[in-house]
Design a protein around this ligand. Structure first.
Ligand code: PLP
Length: 264
């Protein structure tokens, strides 16, 4: 017999690639969203054979299978926020853009292109296709390299991060968080550009290379917070705080640099 009220939590749908090593991708998204008290559902776009040292192989799922997963979730759940990660190819981006338009839920797009290990997670010819998805998105979370590839603006500090964020907003995305982890400095500055404000979130840099899964964790934490109904700026503040802890208390696992801690 049930003795307590059921646990009601918002539903997050992550559409992303899987990481057999458990540090990034769908595995990171599920752990992070659950750590942020959301109920995490997923649609896998690509299966990667991967560990802390890199990606061994990638298998992109047929479009029908990706669509079937999204539809199965949508058929049964009211999705409170959508999060996208590794989309691998242009047709997958286009498919997810169509679902995002249809779903009309707050959408966080992590425009995943290249893993920290240097392995490509997106067909280089697909970079231009992101515009279609961003037109339906609430927030994009590019790192410096992704922001440059999407806008042509070389990002090497706060000023250029703002410039790239403004340029990317022209796609129609409501807000852009240009993450600062890859930009040298004693502190990490993540810059959020919205329609009416520019916010900088600053954290002490942790001297570690165990950052595998950091982009996935950040975007998933923000998506979970937004699914709870939190205003975007507060969700981003909480997400960047969570990531700072995730990197500080990273997992020393595998023979590579390790991975961020998702359950902090
Ligand atoms: N593998 C998958 C499936 C991913 O989605 C991502 C990032 O989004 C990565 C690997 C890369 O992780 P990182 O660059 O944090 O090592």
């Amino acid at each position: 017999m049930r003795t307590q009220a059921p646990d009601t939590r918002p539903v997050v749908l992550t559409v992303a690639g899987s990481d057999s090593g458990g540090g990034a991708g769908v595995q990171a998204d599920l752990k992070t969203a659950e750590a942020c008290s959301a109920f995490a559902t997923s649609a896998i776009t690509a299966v990667t054979a991967q560990h802390t040292r890199g990606v061994e192989s990638t298998h992109v799922l047929p479009l029908e299978e990706i669509s079937a997963q999204i539809e199965a979730v949508r058929d049964d759940f009211a999705v409170d926020a959508l999060k996208t990660g590794m989309l691998a190819t242009e047709p997958v981006i286009e498919l997810v853009a169509d679902h995002a338009a249809d779903l009309a839920a707050p959408t966080v797009v992590d425009p995943v292109m290249v893993a920290t290990s240097g392995d490509r997670l997106l067909d280089p010819e697909a970079e231009g296709a992101y515009e279609e998805l961003l037109a339906h998105a609430t927030l994009a979370t590019p790192n410096a390299e992704e922001a440059e590839l999407l806008t042509g603006v070389a990002v090497d500090g706060q000023e250029s991060a703002v410039e790239a964020g403004c340029a990317l907003r022209e796609t129609g995305v409501d807000a852009v968080l240009v993450t600062g982890g890859h930009i040298a400095g004693a502190t990490v500055q993540d810059v959020l550009v919205t329609a009416d404000s520019i916010e900088t979130f600053e954290h002490t840099r942790v001297d570690t290379d165990a950052t595998h899964g950091s982009g996935c964790a950040l975007a998933s934490a923000v998506a979970a917070r937004v699914a709870h109904g939190e205003p975007l700026i507060e969700a981003v503040q909480a997400g960047t705080d969570l990531l700072a802890r995730a990197i500080r208390y990273n997992h020393d696992v595998g023979k590579g640099p390790g991975a961020v801690h998702h359950l902090v």
